[in-house]
Design a protein around this ligand. Structure first.
Ligand SMILES: Nc1ncnc2c1ncn2[C@@H]1O[C@H](COP(=O)(O)OP(=O)(O)O)[C@@H](O)[C@H]1O
Ligand SMILES: [Mg+2]
Length: 192
């Protein structure tokens, strides 16, 4: 392993930035938000006008993550909803934050986002897109999921620390399925 990075991914609103910031302080390890990095260093190909977001230039972003990791002597928390672009041999663990669609909708509405943008992100959360992408990039062994729904940020950080320190077996991928849950609650149609 070239570096020992902690990758923190999840749909927007699941709590990545909140968790990364505090975790960084507790672990005394630097953190980087890929969204901020792309914006600040202009590592984008263009603007997605429909979504009002930047289209990351991954080919330039990856070496930049590498430079920051080098500077941080191999220890870094990398946070972003496409953080699985971080190469596998740099990654110690990937932790995906998950949030029940109803609660995620509430958090994103608080940001003043349009219904269309909220729906698109909530649908991605229901389908587990970030988890899928992380598993595809790293394999099941490196990927963990934490449910933030009825937790405080402090409780979530505690669970993330548990995973990082090696006690993460109960956070393995497979437990969280919003599809299953919404079907049980009779709420699935509401989101599609
Ligand atoms: N358990 C939790 N973990 C993290 N954030 C939470 C949690 N519960 C509620 N929140 C709130 O959800 C919001 C998440 O926002 P943010 O950290 O910016 O998410 P992201 O970076 O994933 O888009 C914050 O307002 C945070 O206070
Ligand atoms: Mg964020």
């Amino acid at each position: 392993m070239k570096f020992q990075l902690v990758v923190l991914s999840g749909t927007p609103g699941t709590g990545k930035t909140t968790v990364a910031r505090t975790l960084s302080g507790i672990m005394d390890v630097k953190w980087v938000s890929l969204g901020d990095l792309v914006r600040d260093k202009e590592l984008f190909l263009g603007v997605d006008t429909e979504r009002g977001s930047l289209i990351a230039d991954v080919d330039r972003l990856i070496p930049e993550i590498g430079r920051l990791a080098e500077e941080a002597e191999g220890r870094l928390i990398v946070e972003g909803h496409y953080a699985e672009v971080t190469p596998k041999d740099w990654v110690e663990k990937a932790i995906i934050l998950r949030t029940h669609p109803k609660e995620l909708w509430r958090r994103l509405a608080e940001r003043g986002w349009s219904e269309g943008k909220i729906r698109e992100n909530v649908q991605a959360e229901i389908l587990g897109v970030c988890t899928y992408n992380a598993v595809e990039a790293y394999g099941w062994e490196l990927v963990y999921e934490v449910d933030t729904t009825s937790k405080t940020p402090e409780e979530t950080i505690k669970e993330v620390l548990e995973i990082i320190s090696g006690g993460g077996d109960k956070y393995r991928v497979g437990r969280i399925s919003w599809l299953r849950q919404l079907e049980k609650e009779g709420e699935l149609e509401k989101y599609f």
